[in-house]
Design a protein around this ligand. Structure first.
Ligand SMILES: Nc1ncnc2c1ncn2[C@@H]1O[C@H](COP(=O)(O)OP(=O)(O)O)[C@@H](O)[C@H]1O
Ligand SMILES: [Mg+2]
Length: 250
């Protein structure tokens, strides 16, 4: 019988460690994200979720451990290769992080310009900006400033910006935090429709139980810098473990 070939994850973190002085934030965290999957990482505030995602995109340097994206160890890549790999990853920052002094159009053009030399595709920036805004239902806001938008609209623009290079992998850091429940639901629906349309694989960091329930195929609970538990929403929400139960209390 032929041995089954192991499916390679699109993204893999092994034994990730990161401390700030005496603050040991990540103590051997592991994660595998598979093609087309919505993987949720839940953890309390300050548990290291953003630190983990920043290590993933190279905004922070891990102390040890390996991070592989599509089989490539990002710590072994040079700047040019790393930048090219980054074009395959969309990142929705915690709290939107739009540039206040730029219009919506300029905010969306930013990643296009940044990667212009490395991509041969950018003939028509405007068409890409409009397509990205249409995906989030905001084409009319193209010439507005971030300050003229509601919090929910800002989050949509940030999402459009994360999508503009049509990434295969999207990282979401607290996509619903700070939004009212109705707007949060709209953002979750958008995330789902984007995943359907582009077949992306998503890593979603959240402490929003509703978000986790609706969107996750699988959940990892980050406690004390490690994977405390892992399973589907159904499995974890039934757990008798007090630390796990604490996440699913409304
Ligand atoms: N650049 C930094 N320098 C020092 N400490 C940091 C830095 N970034 C995060 N931390 C600390 O790491 C811990 C985890 O932070 P973070 O990942 O932002 O938590 P969260 O799970 O809420 O996203 C916190 O104790 C925070 O103070
Ligand atoms: Mg955070």
């Amino acid at each position: 019988m032929e041995t089954k070939k192991e499916i390679e994850p699109v993204l893999e973190i092994k034994n990730l460690q990161k401390s700030f002085g005496d603050n040991h934030v990540l103590n051997g965290f592991n994660l595998q994200l598979f093609e087309g999957e919505n993987l949720v990482v839940m953890g309390k505030s300050g548990s290291g979720k953003s630190v983990m995602i920043k290590c993933l995109v190279g905004l922070l340097q891990a102390d040890s451990g390996s991070i592989r994206i599509r089989g490539k160890d990002i710590t072994a890549l040079g700047q040019i290769e790393l930048d090219l790999l980054r074009t395959e990853i969309g990142f929705l920052f915690q709290g939107s992080a739009l540039y206040d002094s730029m219009t919506v159009r300029e905010n969306l053009e930013f990643p296009l310009r940044r990667h212009k030399d490395r991509l041969n595709m950018i003939e028509d920036t405007e068409a890409l900006v409009i397509e990205a805004l249409e995906n989030v239902g905001l084409e009319d806001a193209i010439d507005l400033m971030p300050a003229e938008l509601s919090g929910g609209m800002q989050r949509r623009v940030a999402l459009a910006r994360a999508l503009i290079l049509k990434p295969k992998i999207i990282l979401y850091d607290e996509p619903t935090t700070g939004l009212d429940p109705i707007t949060a639901k709209e953002i979750i629906q958008l995330m789902r429709s984007i995943q359907k349309k582009y077949g992306t694989s998503s890593l979603i960091i959240t402490h929003d139980v509703d978000c986790a329930r609706v969107i996750s195929n699988r959940i990892i609970l980050l406690v004390d810098g490690i994977n405390y538990a892992e399973g589907t929403y159904q499995e974890l929400s039934k757990s008798g473990d007090s630390q796990i139960k604490a996440f699913f209390k409304h």
